[in-house]
Design a protein around this ligand. Structure first.
Ligand code: ATP
Length: 354
C-alpha cells in the first residue's frame, strides 16, 4: 500500500450481496477520493458466480489472491442453495476466516435514530475461530456427527490462547472507547467451557486495571439488552453467543440491514455485514446497503490505524457521518420504514460525501 493509493479485494457473494457490495464500494471510493486516496479494486469470484466460473464456491485462486491483500469486502453467501456436491462444506465466509485466522469479529451496534440517553452504542467482540460452532472446530472430520439416526452430537472447543487474544481485543477496544467490558458466559451451567472463557477473560482484564469489567449469563444478557441495552459498552463473547447477541443488538439498533462487522487477524481484515444473503429480496433494489457500507468504514478505520495513512481513518469517519446524516434526512430503505431503493440511498450517501 502506498501513501496515496490502496488495493482492496471485492467479493460480491450471493443474494443481495452484489447490490450491497457495489453500494459499499461506490461509497468507499467517494470518501477516499475526497481524502486524496485512490482505491484499486481486485474483484474475486465467490459463491454462485464462482461455481459458474471455476466450479467451486471458494476457488483456490480467490484464496491465493486474498493472501496478498491487507483488506477486502465480503458479501453474504447463500450456501444452502449451492449444488448438493457442496453440501456439508463449511460456508465460504467460515473458510476464509479460518484460512486467514481472522479471529476477532468486531460488531458495533449504534442506534440509527436521533441521539437519546437510551440510544444503543455498544460493540460486541466475538471470538471467531472455536466455541460452540462445531463446524469451525476440526482439523479433519466434522464437529457434528450422528451415532444413530436419532442421536446428534456437536463438539464445542474452548482454548486459553484463543480466549486470551479475543479478551485482549475486547479490553483494548474498551480502553480506546473509555468504556468497560461485559463478559458473556453461562458458567453456572457450562462450568468448564464457558467457565474457562470467563476466567481467562478476567485474567486478561487484570492487565487493564483502568477498564472496568463485569459478567452476565448469556440468557440474562439477551433480556438485559432489550431492557437496557444503552447501559452496555463492550461485550466479549464466544462464537455462537456473540453471533446471536449481535443479531439481537443489530435489530435493537434499528435494523439487521444496518448492522456492520469486521473480521480481523493481527495483519488482515475483512468487512462483512452481519446479515445474510436475504434471497427473499434479492435483485429488487430493496436491500439496505447500510450494513455493508458501515462494515467498509470499519475496514478503512482498521487499516488507517494500523497501516496509515491517517486519511483512511478520516474517510471512515466521513462515511459514518454521511450514512447517519442521510438517515436523519429521511432517506431510508424499506426495512427502516422508508421508500428509497438501494441505489437511491447509495446516491444520497455519495452526494453527502461530495
Ligand atoms: P444467514 O444464515 O446467512 O445469516 P438468515 O436466513 O439468518 O441468513 P438474512 O439473510 O440475514 O437471514 O435475512 C433475514 C431477514 O432480514 C430477511 O427477511 C431479509 O429480507 C432481511 N434482511 C437481511 N438483510 C437485509 C438488508 N440488508 N436489507 C433489508 N432487509 C434485510
Amino acid at each position: 500500500m502506498g501513501l496515496t493509493d490502496i488495493e482492496l479485494g471485492v467479493l460480491d457473494g450471493d443474494g443481495i450481496g452484489p447490490e450491497v457490495v457495489s453500494a459499499a464500494a461506490q461509497v468507499a471510493e467517494a470518501a477516499l477520493e475526497a481524502r486524496g486516496i485512490a482505491v484499486r479494486w481486485r474483484r474475486l469470484p465467490i459463491g454462485h458466480a464462482a461455481i459458474a466460473e471455476c466450479g467451486d464456491p471458494l476457488p483456490e485462486s480467490t484464496l491465493e489472491a486474498l493472501a496478498g491483500l491487507d483488506g477486502w469486502l465480503l458479501g453474504p453467501h447463500d450456501n444452502v442453495s449451492y449444488p448438493t456436491q457442496f453440501a456439508g462444506r463449511v460456508a465460504p465466509g467460515g473458510l476464509i476466516r479460518k484460512r486467514f485466522d481472522l479471529f476477532a469479529n468486531i460488531r458495533p451496534a449504534r442506534s440509527l435514530g436521533p441521539a437519546t440517553d437510551r440510544a444503543l452504542d455498544l460493540v460486541i467482540v466475538r471470538e471467531n475461530t472455536e466455541g460452540f460452532y462445531a463446524d469451525r472446530n476440526m482439523f479433519a472430520g466434522s464437529g457434528e456427527f450422528m451415532p444413530t439416526p436419532d442421536v446428534a452430537m456437536a463438539v464445542g472447543v474452548f482454548t486459553r490462547p484463543a480466549i486470551e487474544r479475543i479478551a485482549h481485543e475486547a479490553f483494548r477496544t474498551a480502553r480506546d472507547r473509555g468504556g468497560r467490558v461485559t463478559i458473556a458466559h453461562k458458567a453456572n451451567v457450562l462450568a468448564m467451557t464457558t467457565g474457562l472463557f470467563k476466567r481467562v477473560c478476567e485474567e486478561v482484564g487484570a492487565q487493564y486495571p483502568d477498564v472496568p469489567v463485569d459478567g452476565e449469563h448469556i440468557d440474562a444478557l439477551a433480556a438485559l439488552l432489550v431492557r437496557r441495552g444503552h447501559t452496555f459498552d463492550v461485550i466479549v463473547a464466544e462464537n455462537m453467543f456473540g453471533d446471536i447477541l449481535s443479531d439481537l443488538a443489530g435489530e435493537l439498533a434499528g435494523s439487521i440491514g444496518a448492522a456492520p462487522s469486521l473480521n480481523a487477524s493481527g495483519t488482515q481484515a475483512m468487512a462483512q455485514a452481519v446479515h445474510g444473503a436475504a434471497p427473499d429480496i434479492a435483485g429488487q433494489g430493496l436491500a439496505n446497503p447500510t450494513a455493508m457500507i458501515l462494515s467498509t468504514a470499519l475496514l478503512l478505520r482498521w487499516l488507517g490505524e494500523r497501516r496509515g495513512p491517517p486519511a483512511l481513518t478520516r474517510a471512515a469517519d466521513d462515511i459514518d457521518s454521511a450514512v447517519h446524516a442521510t438517515l436523519q434526512n429521511g432517506t431510508r430503505t424499506r426495512d427502516l420504514g422508508g421508500e428509497a431503493s438501494t441505489e437511491k440511498f447509495t446516491r444520497a450517501v455519495v452526494a453527502t460525501l461530495r
